[in-house]
Design a binder for this molecule. Sequence first.
Ligand SMILES: Cc1cc2nc3c(=O)[nH]c(=O)nc-3n(C[C@H](O)[C@H](O)[C@H](O)COP(=O)(O)OP(=O)(O)OC[C@H]3O[C@@H](n4cnc5c(N)ncnc54)[C@H](O)[C@@H]3O)c2cc1C
Length: 444
Amino acid sequence: MTHVWWARRDLRLDDNPALLSAQEDGPAVAVFAWTPALHFWSGRRRAHLARVLWSLREETGGALAVRRAPAAHAVLAAARQADATVVWAAQEYTPAGVREQAEVAEALEADGRELRMIGSPYAVAPGRVRKADGTPYRVFTPFRGAWREHGWRSPAGPADPEGFAHLAPDASDVDIDQIAAHGDSEDPLERPHEFREARVREALEDFVGGDLEHYSEERDRPDLDSTSHLSSALAFGLVHPRTVLALTGTVDHSAARTFESEISWREFHADTLWHEPRALRESLSTVVLEEDWTSGPDADRAFMAWRDGRTGFPLVDAGMRQLASTGWMHNRVRMVVASFLVKDLHLPWQRGADHFRRALVDYDHSQNQLNWQWVAGTGRDASPYFRIFNPDTQAAKFDPNRRYVERWVPELDTPAYPAPMVDHKAERETALALNQRAKGTQGR
Ligand SMILES: Cc1cc2nc3c(=O)[nH]c(=O)nc-3n(C[C@H](O)[C@H](O)[C@H](O)COP(=O)(O)OP(=O)(O)OC[C@H]3O[C@@H](n4cnc5c(N)ncnc54)[C@H](O)[C@@H]3O)c2cc1C
């Protein structure tokens, strides 16, 4: 009996319970839905997805079908073609993913078939770790403690690359090769986003045997660039966090625990979004009154200067230019540019988050929106609103030799570089005053 594997954000053969289940009774059919939602992705991210799919198709001996259709259509059609009654997939926890899997389950059921979900993109599925009274954790540190205590399974082992059945070609098959050829192939990427599962694994092993040792001291240093660069692989499921944790778990060094703590943030944000789907657009708490965020033509100009890396604050500009040319930005700099948008330009975090959605290759709903809320001070266990980054002191501290800013802002010490667009000290005062005003109206 043929089963179908509906590939989602788990684009790998190793440690993939949904795929292993689909292969249990013999060769499986593999299908990925190239949905209309992908039109809203940046060309770079779409091209990266196409390369990931291209590589996975190679690994499956050409069996992976990529079909241009909403998931419910693509999966049902594949199941019918394969005469399969069971479809296996990993469970999603974002609002869009939950909606999509409900539609697929309904379409299959109406046709006498069944969607079975197993596994998730997390070591511990969102919703599992709870306080003794059954409510979700709102504070990260106790969440992390309970998350560690809950623990996770060992990696599930590799799927059989020979264990796939081919579907007959279909009019909705996507020309992956053509899309994969677009995007950032021309970019001078020093560290291209890896799209092959085996290479991600090698890079992970290199990191665990190398830079991980200095992670605690160096992770905030954009000039050293020694973090794992695993984020896009995790976002597309080229590697499962369980596999990552199994490897770091073999390292008896405090840096490995610091690194695992970052993976735990990823799980905390996913858990928060699962419990609070409105966090995708809405602030979870009010730090500035809605009417006090700036808007209008001046705000638009300020936003564009930020987006284009022309603020006159070197670390902010370097970060925004790194994002524009590579689709990735160092975490410390993400925090600085986000703080600048919200607390120096007084623009709502959603505007910045939307730009990141269009620009990041590692974009992930829960990670992006909740990290923005963390910086803005509106999230669960967020950085307090009154803690306002000074972009120049951040630069002096984390890029002491100016290697990072000089790399991304070559005209730094020339007349071509703009003067600071705002007076940070004055904007800091404004931000604090706006916050006081919001506090004053709360509870009225
Ligand atoms: C405003 C803002 C927006 C962000 N948007 C995204 C996003 O869309 N997608 C995304 O994956 N990450 C996002 N992050 C988190 C973080 O910046 C990236 O995960 C990290 O920079 C990726 O580089 P790395 O893999 O080398 O990280 P490493 O330092 O090597 O960390 C390893 C892994 O831990 C996880 N991690 C690290 N830091 C965080 C964090 N602060 N929150 C959650 N998980 C973390 C990531 O999965 C990362 O790949 C955002 C952070 C900020 C401040």
